[in-house]
Design a binder for this molecule. Sequence first.
Ligand code: NAP
Length: 486
Amino acid sequence: MTPQWDAIIIGSGFSGLAMAEQLRREGSLRFLILERDQRVGGTWRDNRYPGCACDVPSHLYSLSFAPKADWQRRYAGHDEIHNYLETVSLPLRPHLRLGATVSAARYDEQQHCWEVTLQSGEVLTARFVMAGLGPLNRPRLPDIPGLASFSGPCFHSMHWPENFSLAGKRVAVIGTGASAIQIVPAIAPVVSRLLVFQRTAPWVVAKGDRSYSSWAQRCFRLLPGWRRLYRAWRYTAQEMRGLAFLWPALMRPVEIMALRALKRRVRDPELRRKLWPKGTMGCKRIMLSDDYYEALQRPNVALETEGIARITPTGVVTRAGETHTVDAIVLATGFLHTQTPERPLIQGRGGHSLQSTWRTRRAAYLGTAVAGFPNFFLLAGPNSGLGHNSILFMIEAQVHWIMKAIKAMNRSGARTISVSEASYQRVVTEMAQRSRHTVWQSGCQSWYLDEQGCNTTIWPGLSAEFWLRTRRFNPRDFNLEHHDRH
Ligand code: NAP
């Protein structure tokens, strides 16, 4: 049986679109992108809370094959990034199926192809499956007693209701992570009262955001070499920071600078005490903000650090017994990342699911290939995230490597390719060993770590090393199988 498609890509966020565009450029593959929503964009479609923006420079947080000279700001906002993704998707429209939710993907060992089942019941077949499922799309809802009893609007930061205004309302924001520190400054000027519930004080560093002048944008447009140089400089500056994540002692000077800035920016000693971060900088994501501390010092804003005892129909009760009456609650409490989602169910050889393979440890060769899952590639999979640089750099490196792997397989006449068990286990060991002395395992709780406290999210090296490793496909690490044609 000839499969209907050469490749099926699941998801149309940055990774799905980058993969699809590469396939389109190669021109040889019949491929389909399946997107559950009615619009492309992944995380940048789903997250549209007030203040939503990227904390990676815009000229770097863009795909190398789709340069954009006219970024409005040094750090782009949500709308501009989502519009950019829509533009990137335009040539891919003929390959895109919207509203197509994948419920399962199963490797057919007789036909040596993948059977992809949609929620509608339709079954599609493909030689390859590339999964760009996105690491941050399942909200982590806090387990606070009484949460469900709250009578007003209460939603996760990713589920911000459309056309919903908090103007004049008393609002509680729970959490002080990367989402919350963008939401707080954006809503503080419009709400009547804002209570920010902090559990752990984050490390905050000035973002240095500003708009690009029309002159700068013209230079980027007219001088593509200059734009490329600027992007390379931005990349190098970000990459240098990576060293401190690998050798936490190097974080100390940055910590001292951040604490000095905290002293300068926050005048009230009591508030400053509450905001004083503990633990090593970088253990959790470093917050970049020019206006978070300032927003907390507005007269209508208060930082609550007592901890939440329970939620009532009308407000939040702290562990100290204080009751705060609020009209709305924003849960900026992060995402379930290291728990493998139940759906789509991905079944490889012998009916083993990705979910069961990852029960002991999430891992993938170069964040993309898993033993027992032939012709299947993850995008932005385990240990290919970054805390210091652009994730898009990693995704593009993976995409190029996947193309190399497919070409090597085609050249050899093989029908399937899968990472060998030995190579896969080598990756599991390497990631665990290399993560041991990094900042991510220096003692804090973060979404980078699995239940055993092991970093299964972030690449424990410089992104340049990852890029170097993806330059070459090493056939010795793979099983290339020929199988007789049926
Ligand atoms: P997060 O970084 O995981 O932060 C969640 C926050 O909620 C933390 O402050 C956490 O406190 C708090 N929290 C969780 N459960 C709680 C509970 N039961 N009671 C009180 N507080 C609770 O989540 P996020 O802010 O949504 O960001 C997630 C990731 O998304 C980021 O790390 C980043 O990779 C990405 N992101 C990126 C950008 C960007 O600009 N590129 C922007 C937003 C998000 P603890 O710290 O004590 O656990």
